[in-house]
Design a protein around this ligand. Structure first.
Ligand code: HEC
Ligand code: HEC
Ligand code: HEC
Ligand code: HEC
Ligand code: HEC
Length: 492
């Protein structure tokens, strides 16, 4: 049903040819630019009305909700190709325009689980089994390229994870088995694939001792495919909208977890307790932003979309690391001393810095150079002895969550391993200290150096990010990333 509005225009007598011209001018834009109202019904397959469905002109911001009789009206401003509708528990439905009527029938999404074989993400994993189950790469080429390079796409081949898990398995086989709940939830030697992440229906039990896939409610029907996603207007396929995909709780399933009841992965709760949670800035807002305009290749049915509604899947933190914190030094000459105050502020991270794996740690390294040599530190902290050899005892400090083993943990098997400090999280351990910097928090440390008569001094401050403790299980030393540095010279 399309309503057109009539206009009554009072005109003074004018020559006939002008009337014709006015008529033409008036009639042409009438069908194109006037607001059209499209009204129709949203029904289920038993022709029962669906109340509260989200109705939209596809790929536009024009949207409404169906009333208790399933009825909707949408006012259009431009040209549009389809009307789509979605309600929880249904696939997204739609009709292409122009159309005879504007009623839309929604198919109920399957609720059952069955024998399920995961679909392939890439062609390399295997040839398509069926035209409906081609690897995602065929149509989502850009997203697949990003995902292959991401931690999620490499979780089954990551050598660091492999070697750390091997030791965990030797220490405690049962604990070692738990690694797969987050790292390989689709089974051993499989990455965290596209199909797995897009079958997540809900996340439950965040305050329980469950881990990873144990908290995830999947929907894996044996027939009738379903893909959950963040977009509510994709209607010609087996897609449905799920608001969870734009919420931090989605990520919490794997980015939060306890071992031996000690919180070792806590990125989600750090975020939940920060101001970012209060203002609604989610994990996805910082980690999945893109400027791309296609989610599927245009040749395979992808529409040109607003990049703000799309996402990146590379989850790379290398560019984020240098924006995460800000450094400040204040220095002053005091008689024969030089005092230096260093402020490290977490200005760009929605959780602690560092966060994630308990292997992550930062080292702050301070040095003062004068024409006659390096100045000797006389007060202030030094880098702890568990840091990599070349940094130990230098002026500076470490930021880390440090675990210590519980000696003779009751109920654990006889400990045949050599103690390690900081303790690995798969061994029964407690948090000994945690001085990581919370979101919007700062840490100030104070150092004094002996001047030895120098009248000028070059201060150098560096904040280094390490992905793991290399003394653990004789891992190869990590190459640190410089998060921030300051070099300045001060004169007396
Ligand atoms: C770790 C889980 C995870 C993995 C792995 C994953 N996705 Fe996603 N995907 C998401 C989340 C979460 C969103 C929603 C992001 C948003 O809207 O902010 C999303 C969004 C999408 C969208 C919607 C459009 C867009 O750009 O936001 C498509 C299409 C998609 N993913 C396809 C894929 C494909 C193809 C793969 C594999 C190559 C894949 N996903 C792997 C979690 C995942
Ligand atoms: C034959 C091509 C094709 C294949 C293969 C394919 N997709 Fe898609 N997919 C599309 C198209 C087309 C869209 C919609 C594009 C648009 O509207 O811009 C889409 C949309 C999506 C969405 C968005 C759903 C929403 O409502 O937010 C997700 C998620 C998704 N696909 C996941 C996958 C996953 C996972 C795989 C592999 C198991 C896959 N797709 C394989 C073509 C394909
Ligand atoms: C099924 C479990 C799972 C889900 C769901 C999941 N992740 Fe991950 N994520 C992991 C694992 C495991 C790794 C580490 C993989 C590795 O490095 O081997 C990881 C790595 C990452 C990294 C990379 C960190 C780095 O050091 O490079 C980021 C960032 C990240 N995830 C963010 C997210 C966000 C944001 C979400 C929600 C949209 C999410 N993840 C959902 C399991 C998951
Ligand atoms: C305000 C933006 C912002 C938000 C919100 C945010 N992050 Fe981050 N995230 C960052 C930055 C910046 C870094 C790099 C600094 C760091 O490593 O802590 C980072 C790093 C990470 C890392 C790597 C940690 C490390 O130190 O190796 C993971 C994993 C991660 N984020 C996951 C998440 C998850 C899960 C959420 C939601 C619960 C989230 N992030 C919310 C900005 C954000
Ligand atoms: C609760 C889910 C979960 C469990 C269980 C889990 N991990 Fe992780 N792991 C993650 C996430 C998420 C990341 C990414 C965080 C980050 O980048 O800092 C990660 C990162 C890592 C990394 C760093 C990888 C890299 O390349 O930097 C190692 C190593 C690791 N985990 C080892 C293990 C081992 C060994 C186990 C079993 C004893 C285990 N994890 C159990 C979620 C989990």
């Amino acid at each position: 049903m399309t309503r057109y509005y009539a206009f009554l225009i009072e005109m003074t007598p004018i020559p006939r040819k002008h009337i014709y011209r006015l008529l033409i001018l008036f009639l042409l834009p009438l069908t194109e630019t006037n607001a059209d109202t499209y009204c129709g019904l949203i029904l289920d397959t038993a022709t029962q009305p669906i109340q509260g469905a989200r109705v939209r002109f596809q790929n536009t911001k024009v949207t409404t909700v169906s009333d208790q009789n399933g009825r909707y009206c949408l006012d259009s401003e431009g040209s549009q190709s389809a009307i789509t509708a979605w309600q929880q528990g249904f696939y997204i439905g739609g009709i292409g325009l122009p159309a005879e009527g504007f009623s839309i029938t929604l198919r109920r999404a399957p609720q059952h689980h069955g024998e399920y074989e995961w679909l392939y993400s890439t062609r390399q994993e295997g040839a398509p089994r069926h035209p409906d189950t081609e690897p995602c790469e065929n149509c989502h080429t850009r997203l697949t390229r990003e995902w292959i390079a991401s931690g999620h796409g490499r979780s089954h081949t990551n050598p660091l994870f492999g070697s750390v898990r091997e030791v965990a398995m030797k220490d405690f086989g049962d604990t070692g088995k738990q690694c797969a709940l987050c790292h390989q939830p689709q089974g051993s030697n499989k990455p965290i694939g596209c199909d797995f992440c897009h079958k997540i229906k809900d996340v439950v039990g965040l305050d329980s001792q469950r881990l990873g896939v144990e908290r995830i409610q999947l929907l894996t029907p044996e027939k009738d495919h379903i893909f959950f996603g963040p977009i509510d207007d994709i209607w010609e396929r087996s897609d449905t909208y799920e608001p969870l995909y734009q919420e931090s709780e989605y990520c919490a399933s794997c980015h939060q977890g306890n071992f031996w009841r000690t919180e070792v992965y806590s990125t989600f709760s750090e975020w939940r307790d920060s101001s970012y949670a209060k203002t609604g800035t989610t994990c996805q807002d910082c980690h999945m932003k893109t400027s791309e305009v296609y989610l599927a290749n245009p040749d395979d049915g992808g529409l040109k979309r607003d990049p703000q509604t799309l996402s990146s899947h590379d989850f790379s933190i290398s560019s984020l690391l240098t924006k995460a914190i800000s450094l400040k030094t204040d220095a002053e000459f005091n008689d024969d001393h030089l005092s230096v105050d260093i402020t490290v502020s977490n200005t760009g991270t929605g959780h602690h810095v560092p966060s994630g794996s308990p292997l992550r740690h930062l080292l702050l390294i301070v040095s003062v150079q004068t024409p006659s040599g390096m100045l000797r530190q006389i007060s202030g902290s030094t880098v702890p002895t568990w840091a990599d050899t070349q940094y130990r005892s230098l002026p500076g400090k470490a930021y880390a969550r440090v675990l210590k083993e519980i000696p003779n943990y009751r109920g654990s098997r006889k400990q045949h391993f050599k103690p390690v400090y900081p303790a690995p999280f798969w061994r029964p351990s407690l948090i000994e200290s945690d001085n990581r910097i919370a979101a919007n928090d700062s840490d100030i440390s104070h150092y004094e150096f002996e001047l030895n008569g120098a009248a000028s001094a070059a201060i150098s401050v560096e904040l280094l990010y390490f992905e793991h403790f290399s003394h653990w299980m004789s891992l190869k030393a990590a190459t640190p990333v410089t998060m921030s540095s300051i070099n300045r010279t001060i004169e007396k």
